[in-house]
Design a protein around this ligand. Sequence first.
Ligand SMILES: [Zn+2]
Ligand SMILES: [Zn+2]
Length: 246
Amino acid sequence: MSIKFLPADLHVHTMASGHSYSSLEEICRSAASKGLEMIAVTEHGPAMPGGPHMYYFGNSQVLPSFINGVRLLFGIEANIINMYGEIDLPSNYLQKLDFVWAGLHPPCIESGDLEFNTCMLIKALENPYVDGIVHPCNPEFPIDVAQVLHKANKEQKLIEINNSSVFVRPGSRENSKEIASLAAKLGNKVMVNSDAHFSGDVGNVKAALEITAQAGLSLEQVINANPDYVLEFKEKRHDVKVKVLK
Ligand SMILES: [Zn+2]
Ligand SMILES: [Zn+2]
C-alpha cells in the first residue's frame, strides 16, 4: 500500500478533553489547510481527569455538519472502566454519537496481566455501542493481539493504528507493527489516526502510515482512506445498533 495521505482523521481532541490545546475551530481550520475532507472529534470520556462532563456529549446538535468545508463527525474516545467492557458514558448519550471508540487509559483503569487486558478489550468489542478500539498498541496494557483482532473481525469493528502513540508511548511502534501485520493477514478493517491533541497535529499520520505500508495493509482495509468508506461504516454500525438495541 502506498497511501501518502488520508483525507479523514477519526480521532482528534479539542481543549474540551482537558489536556489538549486547541479549539474546535482551530482544529477545523488546520484540517482544511491540510486538505482534509473529514474529521471526527472524539474527546476523552468523563472518567478522564479534566475530561468533559457527559452533557458535552449530549449537545452536539448545536454543531454544524461542516466547518471550513471539513465534514465534522462527533464521537467519543470512551474509557473502558472495568473487566466487563463497560465504558464511561450512559447509553442515552452514546446513541447520539457518530462513533464510539473505546480505549484503555490510566488512571481510568489499571493494567492487569495479558489475559485480563485482553478480556477487557474483548468485552468492549462485545459492547454494542462500541465501534472500534483505539491504540491497542499501548505497551502499558499488554494484550493477546490475535484474540483481539479475531474478535474485532467477528464483530466487524475497527482497530486503530495510532500515530501519537508511536511518539508518546515507548514500545508502541513495535506493537503497532505486530498489530498491522496480523490485521493485514486477517483482513481486519483499520483506521489510521493522528490522535491529535494540538491543531498542528491534525491529519499527522506519517509514522502510522509507514507502519501500515510495511505491514501490507490494503487500501480497502483502511476506512479513512476514503470518506465514503467512513460514512458507509457509520451507516452499517447504526443499522446494527438499531437491530441489537431495539
Ligand atoms: Zn487514548
Ligand atoms: Zn485520544
